[in-house]
Design a protein around this ligand. Structure first.
Ligand SMILES: Nc1ncnc2c1ncn2[C@@H]1O[C@H](COP(=O)(O)OP(=O)(O)OP(=O)(O)O)[C@@H](O)[C@H]1O
Ligand SMILES: [Mg+2]
Length: 237
């Protein structure tokens, strides 16, 4: 792995009609790392995630994944290359059953094969009993797990998680943290996680980038991340 970066973004610019939100964002992640992106509300964390998965176009700069320039590829191609994405707010279809929600994840299946919900059930066994239930009837924590399971069905090499703790009760946040850690350790899954929940950041992340004004303004190592007061200065309000 040495020297070959798994995911890099260089000079990334992207945004909306109002202008560029990311204004030269850089990151470099090695395979097997769990890296967090921190920053106050509205600084562009979600914009970054959407740009990495390809839901927002790269206006300048580039993104390389496993040696390939993916900057111009559409989201489904990036997914097939092995990038899983759990959007902020989870993107569960509330009227659809759990099983159909999982199927939606499978539409971007890497091998274009029928997705196997068993893969999801192996991660979160409670989903098996709930597969005929509508997604919207699950609790926030269960929906978070469903969204993660939907991404994992495609066996990604990289998982992009955008605030998985949002709307989830604290004990379940801990469960999600333990799950992500275990996944990273047992499968070498690389994870980029946007989070505001300090406990979760400290549970899973080996290091972090702080995003402000469209760029990386600080790199935090594990030791810095464990300094709760320090980390809090980079978060909300
Ligand atoms: N669809 C959109 N159209 C126009 N502007 C947008 C759109 N989505 C986000 N923005 C703006 O872009 C900026 C960055 O938003 P983004 O959602 O990336 O921030 P964030 O760091 O994820 O915030 P939060 O912590 O609240 O999730 C904000 O000023 C936001 O208002
Ligand atoms: Mg966001």
């Amino acid at each position: 792995m040495m020297g070959t970066e798994f995911l890099t973004a260089t000079g990334l610019r992207s945004g909306y009609a109002i202008g560029d939100v990311l204004q030269g964002f850089d990151l470099a992640i090695e395979r097997g790392e769990v890296v967090s992106v921190l920053g106050r509300n509205g600084v562009g964390k979600t914009t970054l995630m959407k740009t990495l998965i390809g839901l927002l176009p790269t206006r300048a700069g580039n993104i390389h994944f496993q040696g390939q320039d993916i900057s111009a590829l559409p989201a489904d191609r990036r997914a097939r290359l092995g990038i899983g994405y759990v959007p902020q707010g989870r993107g569960i279809f509330p009227q659809m059953t759990v099983r159909d929600n999982l199927r939606m994840g499978g539409f971007i299946n890497r091998d274009r094969q029928t997705p196997d919900p068993e893969v999801a059930f192996s991660f979160f066994p409670f989903l098996r009993d709930r597969q005929r239930q509508r997604g919207g009837t699950l609790s926030g924590g269960q929906q978070a797990m469903l969204a993660i399971a939907r991404a994992l069905i495609n066996a990604p090499d990289l998982l992009l998680l955008d605030e998985p703790s949002d709307g989830v009760q604290p004990s379940i946040v801990q469960d999600i943290g333990a799950f992500v850690r275990e996944l990273n350790q047992s499968r070498q899954l690389t994870v980029l996680i946007v989070e505001q929940n300090i406990d979760l950041i400290q549970t899973v992340a080996q290091r972090a980038y702080v995003l402000d004004k469209g760029r990386v303004v600080a790199d935090l190592d594990r030791e810095r991340l464990l300094d709760t007061e320090h980390v809090a200065t980079y978060l909300a309000v």
